[in-house]
Write a protein that binds this ligand. Structure first.
Ligand code: BJW
Length: 225
């Protein structure tokens, strides 16, 4: 059976108005990674980290899926084989476009996580320092996202999918963050064909069999059809 594994990154949501990380003027030009995307940063200044994610949660809540998200949802419905979407994005735009199988390897803005007991629950629109966990009451709630130095989610399932992939596509990701950046090698080892769809060649573009350049809202619907 044909099995397509699709890795998406911030570039697929850029045309929905959500900023990428490493493009000019992106999130990492405005915030220090060490301050807002590491467990150490959260331990130092949780209020700053909540402020960063509250703003992003608010922006994401207003964003609408674009033609690239919709095309992938349609592919997932219509394809005779299996289509697995693995996203590094913490927005819910794949789900909003009707996609059903979405693996959020870097977590989601919609979730809260207790640092004391690992209980997960739906995040309020604004999280605050000292918010109690509904399960253990410890005041240790954090956004349920994966920061540098932490283990991304669902890795066993993702590697399983990659080992069975017949086609691997990476869409809108710079290929600078591991382990996602190495998925193309896993897929190649499994004998999959590989394709990158990105605005410009990513760091790992030379590893792909094929590279399609352009804005995702144009390239992805064309690729899917
Ligand atoms: C468009 C477009 C349009 C624009 N159309 N395209 C040395 C070597 C190897 C690894 C390491 C190392 N030192 C440290 C590490 C590990 C570290 C790492 O990778 N560091 C690197 C910086 C080197 N990784 C980790 O710590 C990870 N954990 C880990 O490795 O655990 C151990 C482990 C090992 C093996 C197996 C399993 C586990 C955790 C990484 C967590 C990343 N977290 C963040 C924040 C998440 C929450 C949040 O959103 O705030 O995840 S950082 C940020 O980067 C976010 C993203 O998901 C991630 C990737 O970014 P993405 O999506 O690629 O965005 P950009 O902005 O970089 O690129 C956008 C692209 O789109 C560009 O190419 C544009 O051209 C394009 N584009 N508009 C199409 N319209």
């Amino acid at each position: 059976m044909e099995k397509i594994v699709i890795l998406t990154g911030a570039g697929i949501s850029a045309e929905s108005g959500l900023g990428t990380f490493r493009d000019e003027g992106g999130l990492w030009a405005q915030h220090r990674i060490e301050d807002v995307a590491t467990p150490e940063g959260f331990a130092r200044d949780p209020a700053l980290v909540h402020q960063f994610y509250n703003a992003r949660r608010m922006q994401a809540a207003k964003a609408q899926p674009n033609a690239a998200h919709t095309a992938l949802a349609r592919l997932q419905k219509d394809f005779t084989g299996e289509v697995v979407i693995v996203t590094q994005n913490v927005d819910s735009l794949h789900e909003a476009s009707g996609a059903e199988r979405v693996i959020h390897m870097h977590g989601t803005l919609a979730g809260a996580l207790c640092r004391a007991c690992n209980h997960r629950w739906a995040s309020p629109p604004e999280m605050a320092v000292g918010e109690p966990c509904p399960a253990c009451a410890a005041p240790t709630a954090r956004p349920d996202v994966v920061w540098f130095g932490e283990m991304p989610y669902h890795m066993d399932a993702i590697y399983d999918h990659l080992s069975q992939a017949t086609l691997f596509a990476a869409i809108g990701t710079s290929g600078q963050v591991y382990p996602a950046a190495a998925f193309v090698h896993e897929a190649l080892q499994s004998g999959a064909r590989t394709v990158e769809l990105n605005l410009e060649p990513s760091t790992g573009a030379s590893s792909f069999d094929k590279v399609i350049l352009g804005p995702a809202t144009e390239t992805v619907p064309r690729w899917v059809n």
